[in-house]
Design a protein around this ligand. Structure first.
Ligand code: NAD
Ligand code: SER
Length: 323
């Protein structure tokens, strides 16, 4: 089915999600219609196929200039500081996540953009939230600065929708697992690093305990959810910036056991650090029925299918000398 042409800007495009979302957006809308930006400037060959701008999202005039110069009508705003880095530097986390989002929303309002995507996270929940099958509408009292910015970001997004008509959409991504670009300083990073080490060294020191259960999702599902939500008709949405989103939940021990089915000699030791407390404040599983009902969300991957694919892809990269 042909899709309407959009002129897209991706912020934070060199990160774990942005680097893969960019490829998917270019495939769908054409290389010439997807401009990418990041504060960092080291772009991989794969991402160089289209236009790249170095842009700090904390600088509103730079963001506005990029939007005007490229006639942008849709922004995927991914630039952010994640949970573990955010606990090390809460001020930076507030500045990038809140100023960056407010700048994006201001530009979207002034330039009358068509649509904006900004992800929230399971980090919007906190220790007082029910941890199993966490409902869409529930207690939002996070204990990390990252979580605080995610709750404020959801509220700010919904405010810009109701007050100024900015069509902003967002999901509360679970931990995202992928093999192309390493994650950028989150609490769920162990669920990615464990695969890399299974291939590279057959041993992993895990920074959360064996029985820690968190909601996770394989990157192809995260990309599908993002594209589907952004294509959904506005009139079908009751929520905007804060959709719960789920695919699978497992403990660190269950993850290691699944990997051992493919790499029998793999060994994991558990040495929880400061990220254990963050993990313990987040849900174990998520009720995503609002996303399913309002825009037809359905994940494809489970722990077994994701693990098989992750190990195959990382083995190929290892053999090619890329890891
Ligand atoms: P990442 O850390 O891998 O990438 C973020 C990118 O933002 C980096 O390339 C970084 O250089 C860039 N950046 C940082 N500060 C910037 C600034 N001031 N101006 C411009 N760019 C800047 O993060 P990600 O995992 O790709 O996350 C993308 C979004 O998804 C974030 O909003 C994050 O909170 C959310 N999210 C991610 C996960 C996950 O597991 N990856 C889970 C839940 C939510
Ligand atoms: N993966 C992210 C983190 O751990 C969740 O938002 O910070």
């Amino acid at each position: 089915m042909a899709c309407e042409t959009r002129k897209i800007l991706v912020t934070g495009a060199l990160g774990q999600i942005g680097s893969e979302l960019t490829i998917a957006l270019r495939k769908k809308y054409g290389n010439e219609n997807v401009v990418i930006s990041d504060m960092r400037s080291k772009v991989t060959d794969e991402l160089l196929a289209g236009h790249f701008e170095v842009a700090d999202v904390c600088n509103q005039s730079v963001l506005r200039k990029v939007v005007r110069e490229h006639d942008i009508d849709t922004v995927y705003h991914l630039a952010a500081i994640l949970s573990a880095t955010g606990e090390r530097d809460p001020h930076l986390c507030w500045r990038v996540n809140m100023e960056g989002l407010r700048n994006t929303l201001e530009v979207a309002r002034d330039e009358e953009l068509y649509r904006v995507f900004c992800p929230s996270s399971i980090a919007a929940f906190g220790p007082d939230t029910p941890r199993d099958d966490t409902p869409q509408e529930t207690v939002l009292r996070p204990s990390t600065m990252y979580g605080v910015t995610k709750v404020c970001g959801e509220l700010l997004g919904d405010y810009y929708f109701s007050k100024f008509g900015v069509d902003i959409r967002g999901v509360r991504y679970p931990g995202i697992i992928s093999y192309k670009t390493p994650p950028g300083g989150g609490t769920t990073d162990y669920a990615v690093a464990i695969y890399y080490e299974a291939i590279k060294s057959r041993r992993y020191e895990c920074f959360v305990s064996k029985d820690t259960v968190l909601p996770m999702m394989y990157m192809p599902d995260a990309i599908k959810a993002t594209l589907d939500l952004m294509e959904a008709p506005l009139e079908s949405l009751k929520h905007h910036s804060d959709f719960n989103l789920a695919a699978m939940s497992f403990s660190a021990g269950e993850l290691a056991a699944e990997i051992k089915k493919h790499v029998p000699e793999f060994e994991v030791v558990y040495k929880p650090d400061f990220r254990q407390k963050i993990a313990d404040s987040w849900p174990r599983s998520i009720d995503d029925s609002a996303a399913r009902n309002e825009w037809g969300w359905k994940p494809e991957y489970d722990l077994a299918t994701m693990t098989k694919d992750m190990l195959e892809k990382l083995k190929e990269r290892h053999e090619a000398g890329e890891l």
